[in-house]
Ligand binder design. Structure first.
Ligand SMILES: [Zn+2]
Length: 223
């Protein structure tokens, strides 16, 4: 990735089939809005500079995102919670394999837990264990991960690298400085407007994202 690349994080699209986690509904967007966001990306002067990512292994990755990306000649990175594979509302192993034919596949851990609070064995399982499951499923190396809830500290980043990941995606917002293999993403939320999204992919750092990043930096120093 170049230093100017913009990375966007999508979650669920359309209507959830499984019960949502507390606070998760704000990250689900309508199919109509998602398609209009993708149209903006496809019409962008440099779509290759916009990284589209999808967290949580929702089955909307397969039923909605995959065909919509194909139609527009776009690709995405899909970060999988391995314990959800083959559960209702989540990707099946067969869908994941099909998705992997043209899309990047990465880990979002085993159980969707905050990695900061885990003991070393459990953290190892989240990172190396999920990697093994995914590699077995898609038949190739998996070297990218996204951090559940965007919560990390120096210990988490060291463990991610030790497990063999070369690039890790946060939810810190704004453009990425990628030299250390940590890619900042901006979450798309239910209240993200077309105007917000257009500004985002043009590399205009929204004030909100800047504030969130500063608060996170402060919080990281405290944990
Ligand atoms: Zn997640």
């Amino acid at each position: 990735m170049t230093a100017k690349q913009i990375a966007v994080a999508f979650h669920g699209i359309g209507h959830p089939v499984r019960p949502l986690e507390p606070g998760e509904a704000r990250y689900w967007i309508s199919e109509d809005l998602f398609l209009r966001f993708l149209d903006l990306v496809a019409a962008h002067r440099d779509p290759a500079n916009i990284r589209l990512t999808f967290d949580d292994a929702n089955d909307s990755d397969f039923h909605i995102a995959r065909p919509a990306l194909h139609e527009r000649g776009l690709t995405g990175s899909f970060f999988i919670i391995t314990s959800r594979l083959d559960n209702p509302g989540s990707l099946s192993s067969a869908q994941l394999r099909t998705l992997s034919e043209r899309m990047e596949i990465g880990s979002h851990g085993v159980d969707h837990v905050d990695w900061r609070g885990l003991d070393p064995a459990r953290l190892e399982e989240e990172l190396a264990g999920s990697k093994r499951v995914l590699e077995r499923c898609v038949g190739r190396a998996v070297t990218v991960a996204s951090i559940p809830y965007g919560r990390y500290n120096a210990r988490v980043l060291a463990a991610v690298r030790a497990a063999g990941y070369t690039t890790v995606y946060s939810s810190d917002g704004g453009p990425s400085s990628t030299t250390i293999g940590l890619v900042a993403r901006t979450n798309v939320r239910v209240d993200t407007t077309l105007h917000d999204f257009a500004k985002l992919i043009d590399g205009v750092d929204p004030v909100g994202a800047r504030l969130v990043r500063r608060l996170k930096a402060i919080r990281r120093k405290l944990v």
